[in-house]
Ligand binder design. Sequence first.
Ligand code: HEC
Ligand SMILES: [Cu+2]
Length: 313
Amino acid sequence: MRPVEASTYAPRVDSIFWMLTAASGAVILLVGTLVLFFSIKYRRGTATPRGPVPDRLSREVEIGWTAATAFAFLFFFWFAAVAETTQFEIPRKAMEIHVVAKQWMWKLEHPNGTREINTLHVPVGVPVRLVMTSQDVIHSFFVPAFRTKQDVLPGRYVEAWFEASKPGTYHLFCTEYCGTDHSRMGGGIVVQSQSDFARWIDAQPQGDSLADQGAVLFRRMGCTGCHGGSSRIRAPSLAGVFGRQQPLEGGGFVTADESYLRDSILLPNKQVVAGYQPVMPSYQGVASEDDLIRLIAYLKSQKVVSPRPEVGP
Ligand code: HEC
Ligand SMILES: [Cu+2]
């Protein structure tokens, strides 16, 4: 029985599998036939010539089969590499889901603040980008029906994406042995039609969006003390920081993505913004993974209002 293909990526992975199976089958058939053919042709008592093979023929055969297999494998490599690289090109308009793995559950959050545990609702036909981290050990997010599998590491963000192509409920597994209840660390992805999904998300208890919750934290954790407009300490304005090419102290640039923002909060001295003193305290151990998701959502929601002159050195 064929396993379900429920994402746009699944048929591509499967075609690699079928291609390799077909190629292996063809080789087995060829070798088997030749073994049979030669064992009959050269069986004892036949008058078939048994002298050495002419040099020229032997060379042609060598070059021929080496080239043919090399090209066949280059083709497989190309095909698989193209399929694989699409996994790193996350569509810009993708819906965003934050995933926090911990022993032994999956915590999932939608941008509007809706939280789920071990079950994730997504609409069909919409690319979904997963921003994942772990609170403890290494886990791995695996949805066989999507052919999506990504290790989830503590202390950093890893990304993956998928686009579900068929409504239904599909298994979610942790596929990295992570302790006693590893085998029970699973759940389901519920793929709904877009209208069903819209209805589902509307029916969830209305809380604040992640960005709004982040704004509260931003004040409560004292970030405004430095990053607020009227602070005495010189700190960069965080409006529009997300996605910017940030010049660093000591030269070089970094793209301000989620991982960079995360590091800026936990390890502020790792990459210091050009023209500023490394005076920001580390929030390691202060800001939880949940807090970080909210703070970053807030920073992402801050757009530049008006281009104002930088007061720089
Ligand atoms: C004591 C003052 C101070 C506090 C408090 C502070 N920061 Fe900072 N922050 C700075 C300074 C100075 C920089 C620039 C130097 C650097 O990159 O470390 C900075 C840099 C950053 C950057 C990188 C900005 C960029 O343009 O690339 C981010 C993101 C950031 N802070 C977020 C926060 C958040 C979130 C909080 C609250 C949890 C916070 N900061 C609290 C002083 C502060
Ligand atoms: Cu796990």
